[in-house]
Write a protein that binds this ligand. Structure first.
Ligand SMILES: Nc1nc2c(ncn2[C@@H]2O[C@H](COP(=O)(O)OP(=O)(O)O)[C@@H](O)[C@H]2O)c(=O)[nH]1
Ligand SMILES: Nc1ncnc2c1ncn2[C@@H]1O[C@H](COP(=O)(O)OP(=O)(O)O)[C@@H](O)[C@H]1O
Length: 206
């Protein structure tokens, strides 16, 4: 049986550039992990496609998934539900492939308690003014929603200490390289430990 895959969790405040950085990672030709598409009750933004960006569902459908144990984690974020469907993550990890989640901090902490051996990466803005500028520049949210997201960002940034790594998203290509380096290092750490562990098992069986 293949070794179970590694779970990689990227989070950080809204507008920091998680989506941009994640897309750049997945567009690069050396990418070899799988993106877990989240479920949300948020309405699609122009250009967003169901089953590609998110699974867009009703509140009732989302709550049904929660009640039937179909979510690895979920959170309510600025009036909407967001969550990670459990089956895809489990099946993909079981097949030996690494899975990449891009989720907010409360969900990330739920994942951390269920899968402590995951790799938790926090993407942080150079400063809060820049974060606000990015949200305004993106042009997808009303000023009211932007202010709610910035307000939330204060608390989110304090959660950074609960992550294994923090990466500043000053320039996208640099952040992408740092994240790829982290993943490479973590993979080496696992494969370095494995043979020793297997050797020890072998010894004890002698
Ligand atoms: N807990 C959790 N958060 C999610 C999930 N999918 C997306 N999010 C987060 O929900 C927040 C809002 O997402 P969205 O409305 O798409 O806004 P955007 O990330 O700012 O473009 C972001 O912080 C996302 O990372 C998920 O499956 N679970
Ligand atoms: N390093 C960066 N420098 C400047 N702008 C950025 C950077 N990364 C992302 N952006 C821009 O900031 C806005 C928010 O990025 P996005 O990926 O949607 O954030 P998130 O998914 O974290 O909410 C977008 O307009 C994006 O083009």
């Amino acid at each position: 049986m293949a070794n179970r895959g590694m779970l990689i969790v990227l989070s950080g405040p809204s507008g920091v550039g998680k989506g941009t950085v994640r897309k750049a990672i997945f567009d690069s030709n050396d990418n070899d992990f799988q993106y877990s598409i989240s479920m949300t009750t948020r309405k699609p933004r122009p250009g967003e496609v169901n089953g590609v960006d998110y699974f867009f569902v009703s509140k009732e459908e989302f709550e049904h998934h929660i009640q039937t144990g179909g979510m690895l984690e979920y959170a309510k974020y600025v009036d909407n539900y967001y969550g990670t469907p459990l089956k895809y993550v489990n099946d993909t990890l079981d097949s030996g492939k690494d899975v990449f989640l891009e989720i907010e901090v409360n969900g990330a902490m739920q994942v951390r308690s269920k899968c402590p051996d995951g790799v938790f990466i926090f993407l942080t803005p150079p400063d809060l003014d820049e974060l606000k500028q990015r949200l305004i520049h993106r042009g997808t949210d009303s000023m009211e929603v932007i202010n709610k997201r910035i307000h939330k960002a204060f608390g989110e940034i304090q959660m950074m200490q609960n992550y294994d790594y923090a990466v500043v998203n000053d320039e996208v290509p640099k952040a992408v390289e740092k994240i790829k380096d982290i993943i490479r290092t973590e993979r080496l750490r696992v494969t370095r430990v494995m043979p020793r562990y297997l050797e020890m098992l072998g010894d004890s069986e002698k």
